[in-house]
Design a protein around this ligand. Structure first.
Ligand SMILES: Cc1cc2nc3c(=O)[nH]c(=O)nc-3n(C[C@H](O)[C@H](O)[C@H](O)COP(=O)(O)O)c2cc1C
Length: 200
């Protein structure tokens, strides 16, 4: 597959067939992350891979409880909360593999002022995004599909506890990996002329 076909073909998949993803493919996906650009080459990312049903269920349950609390705070109806929770549970439990990319800031430069430190952290987050995109593209090139869930960003402590992670790891997303149950409807893209706000 050529690079353009991979970039444009990659799509967000939210329901997977039960077929497992082989370990070699998962390793190739993680290997792609390793080659992403990073500030000062510090590679501020670490990954958790969950394929065992028990671990995926523990993660889904823990995040579900926290989400339920947050949705109740928003004043959402109980029936709607339960429906959304069940869908989210199913997305995680039904994915053959789940990768949790974590931000790791310990190797970054330290500055005495908050502005520069903030820029350093932003660079690391941008870089984590590059690593995740590499994974999504590599997965697609291997005939797999992926889905990006931002939920861990809203409950990093819960995810850390469910996965027994040290404090320095900041869970930033949950990437489901598997074979699409059906082709998803793609979101349209803005035309290029709308995106280029100035050229010279
Ligand atoms: C940072 C980020 C967070 C996202 N979070 C979610 C999410 O929580 N749930 C979800 O279903 N999709 C999520 N997505 C996927 C987007 O909805 C998806 O990329 C977008 O709709 C375009 O569709 P496509 O990926 O099929 O091209 C996220 C994507 C990004 C980059």
């Amino acid at each position: 597959m050529d690079i353009t076909a991979i970039i444009t073909g990659r799509r967000s998949v939210r329901a997977f067939r039960p077929d497992p993803v082989n370990q070699e493919h998962l390793l190739q996906i993680l290997e792609a992350a390793r080659w992403a650009p990073s500030p000062h080459g510090r590679q501020p990312w670490r990954f958790v891979v969950a394929t065992q049903p028990m671990l995926k269920a523990r993660l889904a349950d823990a995040m579900g409880e926290e989400w339920q609390r947050q949705l109740a705070l928003d004043g959402q109806e109980e029936a709607i909360i339960n429906l959304r929770l069940e869908k989210s549970h199913q997305r995680i439990r039904g994915a053959p593999a789940v990768i949790v990319p974590c931000l790791y800031l310990e190797d970054l430069d330290q500055y005495p002022d908050p502005d520069r430190q903030g820029a350093e952290t932003t660079m690391a987050i941008q870089s984590l995004g590059c690593a995740v995109q590499n994974m999504l593209l590599r997965a697609y090139s291997l005939g797999l599909d992926t889905g990006w869930m931002c939920a861990p960003l809203f409950c990093p402590d819960t995810v850390r506890a469910a996965l027994d992670l040290v404090e320095a790891l900041i869970p930033h997303a949950l990437i489901t990996v598997g074979y699409a149950a059906k082709d998803p409807v793609r979101r349209p893209r803005r035309p290029l002329e709308e995106l280029i706000v100035r050229w010279d």
